[in-house]
Write a protein that binds this ligand. Sequence first.
Ligand code: DSN
Length: 414
Amino acid sequence: MKDKKVEKLIKLEEKRQREGLELIPSENYVSQDVLTANGSVFTNKYSEGYPGKRYYGGQDYTDQVELLAIERACKLFGCKYANVQPHAGAPANIAAYFALLEPGDTVLGMDLSHGGHLTHGHPVTHVSKIFRFVRYKMKNIETGEIDYDEMLRVAKKEKPKLILAGFSAYTRELNYKKIVDIAKEVGALTMADMSHIAGLIAGKAAKNPFDYGFDIITTTTHKTLRGPRGGMILVRESEEIAKKIDKSVFPGLQGGPLMHNIAAKAVCFDEALRPGFKKYATQIVKNAKAMAEVFKNNNVRLIGGGTDNHCVLADIHSSLGVSGKEAQTVLDEVGITLNMNMIADDPRKPMDPSGIRFGTPAITTRGFKEKECKRVAELILEVLRNKDDEKLKQRVHKEIKALAKRFPIPKTFN
Ligand code: DSN
């Protein structure tokens, strides 16, 4: 590169990723093919509109690559329509709301403090000023069981036009059938934001909301799905809804689609359709369960009591007397990256919460199995229990580096 400053930063980031362990559950490592497509000349092209209906000329190859991405997305998730243009998960959700709702309409979604996401109507978001968001919660924080009776009661009272399933910090399977039944009873549409678990659904390691009759799914493509940073909206079967979604994404919300990113999505969907991806998705869950087990055996309180997916949420403040922020900082020092996180009904503040959230998508991509994951969980606990012991931290850092070296980040997947 001619720009030595940026080149240096890219190299340093590569080193950081190579030598450390990535446990942020929403991060992963993409293949060289995804990187190549994402860095391709498609970035030069303006393509407002959709395949066959663009505003500018020169669309022979953009049309083909977008159609390929759509076809593969539909095959992967078992649906009829896909819009692959959302730049990320937040715009995908915003476009979906505006497609399905009128200003003032009500949405029933998971409580944000119980695992829901900012884009599901947190008061700081623009959408919360336009639509009315009401909440359902867990009935039992220790098991993660959702209060479906409460969901029905709230749905009957508030008459939502949309019921939203999905989360960014929840570790159990949702009962999609119950949610669809409740939606039918009150005449609501159903939307699943499966950003975190898209790869698990694609790899059949988690249930697919479409199998239970959900109307639409929104998702990111860069988490467990292991694709480029981006978003997508899938529609199970309604052509009417699919048309509304397309209009809402463009021209409703976005301008020109990121064609290089769409090319990279097409590559990622092809990779996820290969048999090896099922093994990968299954291993992600096994690895997360193995880490959760170590925490439980050490009497650390887990929100939801364990995990069914890729993610673990631990209340380390009540169990170990360490705050989420302290944990994040001290673990960074030893080459383990994870994030501080609010726990359900957290008495502490978002910038220094009681919990940590960690997950296994990235280390599973590196080839970690249960044995290595258990060891990492043990090391996390050792560091948190001895956070001021510099010698111990140096020893752990050395072990983390050695582990990372033994499991290099792969460039291709089966
Ligand atoms: N930032 C993503 C996550 O980590 O869950 C979602 O917005």
